[in-house]
Write a protein that binds this ligand. Structure first.
Ligand SMILES: Nc1ncnc2c1ncn2[C@@H]1O[C@H](COP(=O)(O)OP(=O)(O)OP(=O)(O)O)[C@@H](O)[C@H]1O
Length: 205
């Protein structure tokens, strides 16, 4: 293994495609957290005292998002009130498992958690919808319902911002999809690895 590019004396464990740096675990964490802090502070993403809902799916992206926002909030004293917001689509064997991870995030990061379910909001679980309409286009319906559920959850919690987690692959996929659709307006807006939105705005932006 080559030595860490940050010259900390340790051996590197990974090479960052973004910069070409080879880094040890500790220096990668530091570089990653510094970049996110730089993005937040340069763009003035949050105002001090704001309430922020982290959209928590239990997957890796939103788990990292919750972790890093909590860490930076404490380290740089953003003065944010952080809460977790999860949507239970009612997909047996999928979301029920990942909600266990979200509950673990709640306990580990000591953040309040609000779970909103399709059943409560719309009267149907996703399993019931699929039983009725079949699997064709079910992901499209589910995505639209989820975005609306997140907006409604954000309004209910009276938050100022809703933060969703996305990685570079997600962004590349979105850019390619927008190119294939010829959607230049959306293409030009796709710039950040963390998308932070006002709850009143559509999550489709
Ligand atoms: N059921 C959900 N409840 C709350 N937030 C969600 C839910 N599903 C997705 N999100 C939010 O939207 C982001 C992008 O979701 P997507 O379905 O693309 O999953 P992903 O890229 O695999 O992210 P993750 O690894 O966090 O699941 C998530 O990181 C999360 O912030």
């Amino acid at each position: 293994m080559p030595p860490c590019s940050a010259k900390c004396g340790k051996n590197a464990i990974l090479k960052r495609p973004k910069t070409g740096d080879v880094l040890c675990k500790e220096c990668f964490f530091e570089a990653f957290e510094n970049e996110i802090h730089f993005t937040i502070s340069r763009a003035k993403l949050f105002r001090a005292g704001a309430k922020v809902a982290v959209a928590a799916s239990g997957g890796k992206d939103s788990t990292v998002l919750a972790y890093v926002l909590k860490l930076l909030n404490e380290k740089y004293d953003y003065k944010l009130d952080l809460v977790l917001l999860s949507i239970d689509e009612g997909i047996t064997g999928y979301r029920d498992d990942s909600l266990d991870t979200v509950k673990q995030n709640r306990d580990d990061y000591k953040m309040p958690l609000k779970i909103m379910s399709y059943k409560d909001l719309y009267g149907w679980t996703m399993d019931e919808i699929v039983a009725e309409i079949g699997r064709k286009n079910n992901c499209t319906f589910c995505g639209v319902f989820r975005r609306q559920a997140l907006d409604r959850g954000a309004a209910l919690l009276n938050v100022d911002y809703l933060a969703t987690g996305h990685n570079a692959d997600d962004i590349a996929e979105t850019v390619l999809m927008n190119i294939l659709r010829g959607d230049l307006a959306r293409l030009s807006r796709c710039t950040s690895i963390i998308t932070v939105m006002q709850p009143a705005q559509s999550l489709l932006t």
